[in-house]
Design a protein around this ligand. Structure first.
Ligand SMILES: Cc1cc2nc3c(=O)[nH]c(=O)nc-3n(C[C@H](O)[C@H](O)[C@H](O)COP(=O)(O)O)c2cc1C
Length: 248
């Protein structure tokens, strides 16, 4: 399938050449850059997740407005895998990147960030984005991966660009803010900022992969985090195996 390179008009002037618009690929474990073979139960039945939801709850999963923000922490793959597993035909999906996210994407994703078709990218500096106002907030904002810098700025109410403003809006409008922080070790400042954000109602899902699922590739390991993010957005998924207490 063709992959289109797309230079995105952006008043902030930062280079978005690294962003590629690609056909949406949903709930697939096939990585964007280091493709590995499809294996396992979760892989085979991943497309059934909405059907399972329908059977369990008697209606389709709700259509959501989701803002994905990418910052300059290590772990651009987490952002890529989340985007790969959001369906722009079912949900309204927006993306915004910090300046340093561009640098980390260039370091960590050899083929650049691939935006599935239908996902709407936004520049950082313009406040002419729907989610910059409390009158039009997203249902969910996910900051993945989230730097300590961005976390601190949100915790202390900075709204100096559209990414930070959106997080401020999401908190004040009591929508869902999910942060996937990545740093090690943590200082007391980081922990205090995390505490503030938790008190303000944010959800923190640290970029800590789990190993009990037997992941065989980096993508599968990243998916153990992304699956938890999808769970907290409220989207059905079979991206990573779930722990079974009944296992002997
Ligand atoms: C390759 C690379 C990896 C980085 N990894 C992290 C990280 O894991 N966590 C973090 O808090 N900052 C990390 N940084 C530093 C941030 O990018 C830097 O503090 C930047 O100012 C954050 O800006 P932002 O929050 O607007 O993206 C990294 C920087 C580079 C170049």
């Amino acid at each position: 399938m063709p992959i289109l390179r797309n230079r995105i008009a952006d008043s902030s002037g930062f280079d978005q050449k690294a962003i590629i618009l690609a056909p949406a690929r949903l709930n697939t474990r096939e990585p964007q850059s280091a493709a590995g073979p499809k294996t396992g139960f979760a892989e085979e039945f991943s497309d059934c997740a909405p059907l399972v939801w329908q059977w369990r709850f008697g209606h389709n999963p709700p259509s959501l407005k989701i803002l994905v923000a990418i910052t300059g922490a290590s772990g651009a793959l987490y952002a890529q895998r989340l985007l790969d597993n959001l369906n722009p035909r079912e949900h309204e999906i927006h993306v915004v990147m910090s300046h340093y996210a561009q640098q980390v994407v260039a370091e960590e994703l050899p083929d650049g960030l691939k935006l599935p078709e239908g996902i709407q990218p936004h520049g950082l500096k313009s406040m002419n984005a729907p989610f910059a106002s409390g009158s039009n907030p997203p249902d969910v904002m996910v900051i993945i991966p989230c730097t300590m810098g961005t976390m601190g700025r949100i915790a202390h109410g900075y709204s100096s660009d559209v990414l930070l403003r959106a997080a401020d809006v999401v908190l004040k409008e009591r929508k869902k803010l999910i942060l996937v922080p990545r740093e090690t070790p943590l200082s007391l400042i980081h922990v205090k900022n995390m505490e503030l954000l938790l008190l303000a109602g944010a959800t923190l899902i640290p970029a800590n992969p789990s190993f009990y699922s037997g992941a065989k590739t980096i993508v599968e390991l990243a998916d153990t985090v992304v699956a938890r993010v999808l769970d907290h957005i409220g989207l059905p998924n079979q991206l990573a195996p779930r722990w079974s207490e009944e296992k002997e």
